[in-house]
Design a protein. Structure first.
Length: 110
């Protein structure tokens, strides 16, 4: 756990979150300020700062996060209609929380 990291605190259950998926390595929960009717954040439990610091060793967990997006899409009933998975990276990429996360949004056409 990385000190002061809001998503590490959620993973450690030190901060509340509305969890929608969990396994040994990945947690997904509802975004506190949703920007679409469905807005989840998919995070590796292990602290990785950003896509900009990803190492070869991190690629398995990243792939797993993407596969969980598929699971969440199916569970939410959006497998056919589709959804968006995005990863804000760095200051100009709009990253605010420096614990790597995928945004999963669905239910809004854009
Ligand atoms: P970023 O801009 O870093 O890609 O996105 C961070 C996201 O985390 C934002 O959409 C923001 O609403 C969400 N967020 C920030 N703090 C919390 C929190 O404590 N709990 C939850 N569930 N979401 C958070
Ligand atoms: Zn963290």
């Amino acid at each position: 756990m990385t000190d002061g990291c809001v998503f590490c605190r959620i993973v450690a259950r030190e901060s509340p979150a509305d969890i929608v998926y969990e396994d040994d390595e990945v947690l997904a929960f509802k975004d506190l300020y949703p920007k679409a009717p469905i807005h989840y954040l998919i995070v590796p439990k292990r602290h990785i700062e950003s896509l900009a610091t990803v190492e070869l060793d991190d690629t398995t967990i990243l792939g797993r996060c993407l596969q969980i997006a598929r699971t969440l899409g199916e569970r939410a009933g959006y497998a056919e209609r589709g959804y968006r998975v995005s990863c804000n990276t760095g200051p100009e990429g709009g990253q605010v929380v420096y614990h790597l996360h995928l945004h999963f949004t669905a239910g809004r056409r854009r």
